[in-house]
Ligand binder design. Structure first.
Ligand SMILES: [Ca+2]
Ligand SMILES: [Ca+2]
Ligand SMILES: [Ca+2]
Length: 334
């Protein structure tokens, strides 16, 4: 390729536009930077599902590329339930357990139970590597608790992704309040330092919307080869505005929205142009009267009933829908 003036100009623009995003690489947060979702949420199991958590537990997976050999950490921001961020019901009395698993049984492609989509099945398969229960603890209020170090080889190896997989389960073991928290995958116990090529995903996403009118939340499920349709399910959306699907092909398809303490589902056909990219599910809040503290659950599955992963921390190598930078077509080779 001959670098002419136009090419240099394009490269310059790419660097210029790309710079602000480099500043966002604050470890690998879950929810991810692109999702614009403030917190994950898990309620204590004596809670009411009408507050927006259908099952009082949440499972996330982290994949670490095999060529990464250093120790890893999973940091939980605001793991306690009380003080800042959390959602009180009566008094704060909720205890939340976070448990990290590795080894055989974790990989959700080989072991469907590990996905945690069915009630009454054992989603805790794998070796328990670390666990801690949090109540109301000022020490961890608005602060981090760090699990690890873990050796990447302690994960469950997946040949297809050439990655070691870890699982973190959050359970509301008692109480009725909502614990809001975030995860950060990091290679440092005290800072959020990203791991190139690592990712986070889940099969059922329970999260909190921002308490404002303008913020739009996103999730980006990946459409693999062979997918012809997707069934979406959403829970307890509180009739809060609209949920739209945007893709290379779709301009903004509305999906049926849940109201209070119920599920709505629909099937979305997939076009060939959408294969090997991510769909953008957009969550737009209603205008006028603010729906406060909206917690919502979303699951997605393909026509075979297999769950779709939501890539939550797409740093390095994960195909996301629509690159932020549009490349101009390079001039023909001379
Ligand atoms: Ca309570
Ligand atoms: Ca919390
Ligand atoms: Ca809700």
């Amino acid at each position: 390729m001959i670098l002419n003036r136009k090419t240099y100009r394009i490269l310059f623009l790419v660097l210029l536009i790309g710079l602000p995003f480099l500043g966002e690489l604050n470890g690998q947060p879950v929810p991810g930077n692109d999702e614009n979702i403030p917190f994950l949420v898990t309620f204590g199991k004596q809670g009411e599902t009408s507050w927006g958590d259908d099952d009082f537990y949440q499972i996330f997976f982290f994949t670490i590329p095999v060529d990464f050999k250093q120790q890893i950490y999973i940091r939980v921001f605001d793991p306690d339930c009380g003080g800042q961020h959390d959602e009180i019901q009566g008094l704060f009395n909720t205890r939340t357990q976070f448990s990290v698993y590795g080894g055989k049984g974790v990989d959700p492609e080989k072991n469907e139970d590990s996905r945690g989509l069915l009630n009454g099945i054992n989603y805790k398969e794998g070796n328990l590597l670390a666990s801690r229960v949090f109540g109301t603890e000022a020490r961890y209020d608005d602060k981090y608790y760090t699990f690890g170090p873990f050796n990447p080889a302690e994960g469950d190896f997946n040949e297809k992704w050439n990655s070691n997989i870890f699982k973190i389960v959050c359970e509301g073991v008692s109480g009725d309040d909502g614990n809001l928290y975030r995860y950060y995958l990091s290679r440092d116990p005290n800072n959020n330092i990203p791991i190139e090529g690592a990712n986070a995903f889940t099969y059922e996403y329970t999260f909190r919307m921002w308490n404002d009118f303008k913020s739009v939340a996103h999730i980006y499920p990946y459409v693999d080869t062979g997918i012809i349709s997707i069934k979406q399910r959403n829970f307890d959306w509180d009739k809060d505005g609209e949920i739209l699907v945007v893709s290379r092909y779709k301009q903004g398809v509305r999906v049926p929205i849940s109201t209070e303490n119920d599920w709505r589902e629909s099937t979305i056909p997939i076009e060939p142009a959408e294969i090997n990219s991510s769909l953008d599910f957009q969550f737009h809040k209603q205008q006028g009267e603010l729906v406060k503290n909206n917690n919502v659950v979303v699951t997605l599955e393909n026509q075979r009933g297999d769950a779709l992963k939501f890539y939550s921390s797409p740093i390095g190598g994960v195909p996301v829908y629509q690159p932020k930078i549009k490349y101009e077509k390079l001039p023909p080779k001379k």
